[in-house]
Design a protein around this ligand. Structure first.
Ligand SMILES: N[C@@H](CCC[C@H](N)C(=O)O)C(=O)O
Length: 276
């Protein structure tokens, strides 16, 4: 079967986006792994599949697969590209789009300046929601990794994140410790690992080792998780700019029970077709 796709990115976190509204498309794990290969396929961090909604109040359904073929609950940079994709392809004329995901409903708002603001839902710090094997508590959790112990905050923004505050961002630490924590036995569903350097109360530097991918240029849910962790610990104010390797995201969170609002760019790179 010949598959038509659009290559997009949000701050360098790259996607293949497929319209499964106009024509039904299903992917299995080996197909996704093959397509994601940067040498022999198209190459992407995540595959985004745009489907019709299953509920009349919703506009679309959004399925997300990591490059290793695993289906996940949420993808922040992908959500912004999703909004640009459905508008550019004429699948909707709305500027406020309600979308069903594996984690629940998200709302995408396309601004006049072209940026997309996403209501990412309410975060949870409950270990069981990731899941993370620990009794709930308010402070940091100690996580033993090889011969070291890391002070870590578990955050679910629909998908699971482990946030670690560091003084300096080190390539070696992101790659080695990120890979070890991703598959740590205390995270039975694996986890995305964020390394956050707090610059001041309104700015962080962040690198994310993503579950099912490895380090990416940017991670939207990772930025949300890091900022809400920082706000909860009193390190950050309610509006923060996260500097990621591929660019900046604006994250706002008013505290417990409030939704996280993430604002940033979404770019189309090219369209193509490939045999599935
Ligand atoms: N890049 C994404 C997150 C994609 C899913 C993640 N790797 C997971 O397994 O949960 C983002 O921008 O949020």
């Amino acid at each position: 079967m010949l598959l038509k796709f659009t290559k997009m990115h949000g701050l360098g976190n790259d996607f293949v986006v497929v319209d499964a509204v106009s024509r039904k498309v299903f992917f299995n794990k080996p197909q996704i792994e093959r397509l994601s290969d940067r040498h022999t396929g198209i190459g992407f961090d995540q595959l985004l599949v745009v489907e019709p909604p299953t509920h009349p109040d919703m506009d679309f359904r959004y399925r997300i697969y990591n490059s290793d073929g695993s289906e996940v609950e949420h993808c922040g940079n992908g959500a912004r590209c999703f909004a640009k994709f459905v508008i550019d392809r004429g699948l909707t004329i709305k500027r406020i789009i309600n979308v069903e995901t594996k984690r629940g409903v998200i709302q995408l708002r396309v601004q006049d300046d072209g940026l997309v603001a996403v209501d990412m839902g309410t975060p949870s710090f409950e270990p069981k929601d990731l899941p993370f094997m620990a009794e709930p508590k308010s402070g940091l959790y100690d996580l033993d990794v090889a011969d070291e112990t890391y002070a870590m905050t578990p955050v679910s923004v629909g998908n699971p994140h482990a946030v670690i505050k560091v003084d300096t961002l080190l390539d070696e630490q992101v790659a080695r410790v990120g890979a070890l924590i991703e598959c740590h036995e205390r995270f039975p569903n694996k986890v995305n690992v964020g390394f956050m350097q707090v610059l001041n109360e309104a700015e962080i530097n962040l690198r994310v080792y993503e579950r099912g991918v490895g380090e990416t240029q940017a991670c939207g849910t990772g930025a949300c998780a890091a900022v809400v962790a920082g706000i909860r610990h009193g390190w950050l104010s309610n509006e923060v700019t996260a500097h990621l390797r591929g660019g900046d995201l604006r994250i706002e969170w008013q505290g417990e029970g409030s939704p996280i609002i993430m604002t940033g760019s979404a770019e189309k790179v090219f369209e193509g077709q490939i045999y599935l």
